[in-house]
Design a protein around this ligand. Structure first.
Ligand SMILES: [Cu+2]
Length: 120
């Protein structure tokens, strides 16, 4: 009985960590050549930094056949694009104001962040 309670607590802790606390550490700051790979349930890198006030483009390379990975949505920007399998797809972004914009797959299982900031 005790074992089951401990397992239950660990499971809940794991869920909390995954959904609320986990932040991918990987940040790409090379704004001239951004490439995001889509595979194994994550965007890699999952956090991108770009300067504010400049149009940018991000290349996506989808290496996962699951239909879940087939669309990338920037919901704040009204952008929704199909990603062909194993082929780079460039998504052009307008000049943005500083802030954090999320991008996800359609079901929001893949999650990434676009961090737009003023140049120092
Ligand atoms: Cu999905």
């Amino acid at each position: 009985m005790l074992i089951i309670n401990i397992l239950g607590i660990l499971l809940i802790a794991g869920i909390v960590w995954w959904f609320w606390l986990y932040k991918p550490a990987d940040v790409s700051e090379n704004s001239s050549d951004l490439l995001v790979t889509v595979k194994n349930g994550v965007y890699q890198p999952a956090r991108l930094k770009i300067p504010a006030g400049e149009a940018a483009s991000i290349k996506f390379l989808r290496e996962e056949a699951s239909p879940c990975a087939g669309t990338v949505v920037f919901s704040d920007l009204d952008i929704s694009e199909e990603l062909p399998l194993n082929k780079q797809k460039t998504i052009n972004l307008p000049a943005l104001t500083p802030g954090t914009y999320s991008f996800t797959c359609q079901m929001q299982m893949y999650r990434g962040e676009l961090i737009v900031s003023d140049k120092p």
